[in-house]
Design a protein around this ligand. Structure first.
Ligand code: FRU
Length: 467
């Protein structure tokens, strides 16, 4: 067998084998969703970057297609390859804009390139590549082009480092081949990271949104800015800074609009600083694969400029084995055992009535056995959500904390998706999301809800196994 199946995900996208990082080129083209991704087909560590490729009709069931881009040119040689980028449709052709990354004499060079396909499967690199180089002598830290159409022009944001700070640069073109610098959209402050990766700009309800992945920024890995954007001047006045995801494992998110009018975001469900192999050899790498994508999330704009993320509704088609209980009082320190599918691959929706609760915290314990447990704590006094995977498995460690707005409100809803090696938590109506990977034993399947320091009123809990 090519890969060891023990930690393979059941309903999250993975490469057939080998290494996967950023989602690339997300687009609906020819009636299908296309997902490309940073991929090393030759090994389970990062290596010469290819673009893996898959298609789907529902964002949930994916069919693998042949690798779309492989390093073949000088501008993709050495420690590099075909780095992250995006897709647009031009004259009926599926057009990829990506970074050609190379090392020449130990020096990194990053340039923007174009490749096209008529059938959406076989891609041809443009003979005139690169279509954009960084001006000045420095050729590095200039990557991850995200392109979109507005009016008569194409626009592109590029990840960059300007004076030791991360930044997103805006360019414009009439033909995708000739690009003109418009403005520095955002960035330039050392407190917000020394480099920004994978910037993604779009408008939602008339408000500008910039997603980006800062490097070296207090472990923040998936951040957004929202504010007013002016296409005439390229000026973006960012008013709100938020977190796309607070977990250990969400990075390099990319968005795209679909024909249902939704804006969908998918992230790489890992991050460089938390990669297990960063500190040694990760549990799935010896199984000949590494990396999966987050669940597709629909993003919406809230009245206060913050974003909310919702698992796409198509995921409901995976539900099996429904289980539900209503109006239960969780008594102080008396855990309630839940049934949820096989205890590994499940969805859980728990609604609490906080007006009728006296507890100081509510805990959801997952993947439990005598020796392992993963704990999600809702601290109602401090208004904090705490994800603790320090006892998840011998491979995992660490605690993540983030604000829990619902603690100050009447109701608390936890929406959780668990797969073989991941947990994604949605709460605060999608304003707080936390995604993390864990590698418990297959025997660790217990799930419990627990109230501490008083009782908690559970209005309803629903669970499903996920097929
Ligand atoms: C983000 C990133 C991008 C780059 C790609 C290389 O995870 O570092 O900036 O294009 O991965 O694989």
């Amino acid at each position: 067998r090519l890969v060891n199946p023990r930690f393979r995900q059941k309903y999250h996208f993975m490469a057939p084998a080998g290494w996967l990082n950023d989602p690339n080129g997300l687009i609906q083209f020819g009636g299908q969703y296309h997902l490309f991704y940073q991929h090393n087909p030759y090994g389970s560590s990062w290596g010469p970057m290819h673009w893996g490729h898959a298609v789907s009709r529902d964002l949930v069931h994916w069919e693998h297609l042949p690798v779309a881009l492989a390093p073949s040119e000088d501008y993709e040689s050495g420690h590099g390859g075909c780095f992250s980028g995006s897709a647009v449709e031009k004259d009926g052709r599926l057009t990829l804009l990506y970074t050609g990354a190379s090392t020449v004499g130990g020096e990194e060079r990053q340039v923007q390139c174009l490749a096209q396909s008529t059938d959406g499967v076989v891609f041809e690199k443009y003979a005139g590549n690169p279509v954009l180089k960084r001006s000045g002598s420095r050729q590095s830290d200039f990557r991850d082009p995200k392109v979109w159409r507005h009016g008569n022009f194409w626009y592109m944001v590029i990840a960059s480092q300007e004076q030791e700070s991360g930044a997103a640069l805006l360019y414009r073109s009439a033909d995708l081949l000739h690009w003109r610098f418009i403005s520095q959209l955002a960035g330039g402050s050392p407190q917000q990271g020394r480099m920004w990766e994978c910037p993604d700009f779009f408008e939602l309800g008339g408000t500008g949104v910039l997603l980006f992945s800062p490097v070296g920024f207090d472990n923040r890995k998936a951040t957004y800015l929202t504010g007013r954007f002016d296409y005439d001047t390229g000026a973006f006045s960012a008013e709100t800074l938020g977190e796309t995801d607070w977990g250990f494992d969400f990075y390099a998110a990319q968005s795209f609009p679909d024909t249902q009018g939704r804006r969908i975001v998918i992230g790489w469900a890992n991050g460089w600083d938390w990669m297990p192999w960063w500190n040694g050899f990760g549990p799935t790498q010896q199984d000949r694969w590494c990396g999966h994508m987050s669940l597709p999330r629909e993003v919406t704009m809230c009245a206060d400029g913050r974003l909310a993320f919702h698992p796409v509704s198509e995921l409901q088609t995976l539900r099996t084995d429904a289980w539900r209980t209503e109006s239960v009082t969780l008594h102080d320190s008396e855990p309630l055992a839940l049934h949820a599918g096989d205890g590994i691959h499940f969805e859980l929706l728990a609604d609490f009535d906080l007006t009728a609760s006296t507890s100081t915290q509510i805990r959801l314990l997952m993947r439990c056995s005598e020796t392992e447990q993963t704990v999600l704590t809702c601290d109602l006094r401090q208004g904090e959500l705490i994800f603790d995977r320090s006892a998840s498995s011998p491979h995992d460690a660490g605690i993540k904390r983030c604000p829990l707005e619902s603690a100050q409100q009447k109701k608390l809803r936890l929406h959780v998706f668990a797969d073989t090696c991941s947990v994604e938590v949605f709460t605060d109506s999608g304003r707080t999301v936390l995604s993390s990977n864990l590698y418990p034993a297959a025997e660790s399947t217990g799930i419990f809800l627990c109230a501490d320091g008083g009782d908690a009123q559970l209005s309803c809990v629903e669970t499903w196994g996920l097929a």
